[in-house]
Design a protein. Structure first.
Length: 172
């Protein structure tokens, strides 16, 4: 696990190669195994492989989502906020499990924050994504995870990269 974490980096450039259905299924299965508060499982996942939809979703915020247009796969992490009051945390856990599973399968990924971001001066990113994907109003959009075969290499983290000064034992 530590090796997986040291090597996982945010990948924003992808090969044109499609992600095999077997790998997509493994990623989704891992997401469905994500722990949640009181086992409420408020999260749901929208698997997006349609290039036109990926291009539209890549425009969900003013900055830093354009790379999604080149990804062969996106997983939109949403939740029914009426099911659980800590849906944000539950979705975050599931999203990270998606990224770690992708890494374990030789894929790259990157988190695209949607919640509390803006499409433009007047519309929230969340509302834009809901409109593009016909997501019902009762759902909230946490993030989109772009996934694909990396077309860039990033070096693994080393122990020297770790902020050990942020670790406290028994008190601050």
């Amino acid at each position: 696990m530590l090796n997986l974490l040291m090597n996982r980096r945010s990948i924003r450039k992808y090969q044109t190669k499609e992600v095999e259905q077997e790998k997509v299924e493994q990623i989704i299965k891992s997401a469905l195994l994500a722990p949640s508060s009181r086992t409420r499982r408020p999260w749901e996942f929208i698997v997006v492989t349609d290039k036109e939809l990926l291009q539209k979703l890549a425009q969900c915020k003013e900055h830093s989502a354009s790379f999604l247009a080149e990804a062969p796969l996106g997983v939109v992490v949403i939740a029914n906020s009426e099911v659980c009051d800590v849906w944000v945390e539950d979705c975050s856990i599931a999203a990270m499990i998606i990224q770690l599973t992708a890494q374990s399968l030789g894929l790259g990924s990157c988190w695209i924050q949607v919640r509390k971001r803006f499409y433009d001066q007047t519309q929230k990113s969340e509302d834009y994504v809901k409109q593009v994907l016909s997501i019902p109003d009762r759902y909230q959009v946490e993030c989109i995870i772009s996934i694909g075969y990396p077309a860039e290499e990033k070096s693994a983290y080393s122990d020297n990269d770790l902020a050990y000064q942020k670790v406290h034992y028994n008190s601050f």
